[in-house]
Write a protein that binds this ligand. Structure first.
Ligand code: GLN
Length: 319
């Protein structure tokens, strides 16, 4: 086993879970009512190693919407189907140094990276217009759902229609980004912007729980092979690219500090979820809705920092 004494390891995870549970910092996202209603008490941690050892504690089966945690996944899909060269003709690989939804493009007038809203909207347009353009929006939705599900060992994902409808209503900034990129001809030629935006909101509104998301993280930790089904879902080069950008851009405008302190590829979302990858060891998902001012889950961050204090998982430990 990659973690020989799993029982011992779990004791640490449990202690860290309970320490973070008493943290009452942060505020639940409030830009749509469905997220504003989330309970601040929810707190779950799931671990899945690359050889399939699992551990769950807390609210690990309560569903939440993926929100920005869908960004590395749609990016992975785009890499897998279109290849990195094609994808990066349209979107950069540089941290933006700004908030995730800021109205800003890089000096090539491309979105900075696929982990912020502009980049993720652009990735949706690539999936919609370049990869199998003959597919309808409905077929594309199924295709993405089943791809995400394969990453998660064939667990079934949900879709929260109320969140989708609210996202679409409360999306002035996302539309602004969408039109701004159209003005600068960022999209592939045949892009239908309305469909592309809907597709983006749908990806954000897909639902899973900690238990399921830890398997996705473990697939990324395992070079693209799902440890539960042994299916090769992603090529190693796609995984490398996804993890590189999670490492440099995955935690909003805290990404640099997170890379310094924690040194692991991770991605957070406004629902309070966090995907954390310990390459060649395991995937972790934490979920707790209260967010800090930059939009990262307070308990999730605390958990990660403590993980690195207790274990040498930081990329540059032991050099
Ligand atoms: N639905 C959110 C948005 O587009 C997702 C962003 C996030 O999770 N940070 O604004």
């Amino acid at each position: 086993f990659v973690i020989p004494d799993f029982q011992d390891f779990i004791k640490d995870i449990e202690e860290m879970y309970w320490t973070a549970k008493s943290n009452t910092d942060g505020k639940v996202a409030s830009y749509i009512p469905q997220l504003a209603r989330a309970s601040s008490d929810n707190w779950g941690v799931s671990v899945c190693t690359i050889d399939g050892q699992r551990f769950n504690i807390g609210d690990v089966t309560v569903p939440f919407t993926l929100q920005s945690c869908s960004k590395p996944l749609t990016y992975a899909m785009a890499l897998e189907t279109l290849g990195p060269e094609q994808v990066h003709k349209y979107v950069g690989t540089e941290p933006s140094g700004r908030n995730f939804n800021e109205l800003v493009l890089d000096y090539n007038m491309k979105p900075h990276n696929p982990m912020i809203n502009a980049g993720a909207i652009l990735i949706c347009s690539l999936l919609k217009s370049l990869d199998k353009p003959e597919m309808t929006l409905a077929e594309k939705f199924d295709y993405v759902m089943s791809f995400f599900s394969r990453l998660a060992g064939n667990e079934v994902l949900g879709f929260n229609n109320a969140v989708f409808l609210s996202e679409r209503e409360a999306a002035d900034r996302n539309y602004a980004l969408g039109f701004y990129m159209r003005e600068y001809k960022c999209y592939p030629e045949k892009t239908n912007l309305r469909e592309c935006m809907d597709f983006y909101f749908q990806c954000c509104s897909m639902e899973a729980n900690c238990d399921i998301m830890s398997i996705m993280a473990a697939t990324l930790a395992n070079g693209g092979i799902c440890p539960i089904t042994d299916e090769k879902v992603l090529r190693p080069d796609s995984v490398r690219n996804v993890l590189s950008l999670m490492h440099s851009c995955g935690m909003y405008d805290y990404s640099g500090q997170f890379a310094f302190k924690v040194g692991l590829p991770a991605k957070s979302g406004v629902s309070g979820a966090m995907l954390i990858v310990v390459p060649n060891v395991m995937g972790i998902c934490t979920w707790s809705p209260p967010l800090d001012p930059l939009g990262n889950s307070c308990r999730g961050l605390q958990f990660c920092e403590e993980l690195i204090e207790r274990f040498n998982f930081h990329k540059y430990d032991n050099i």
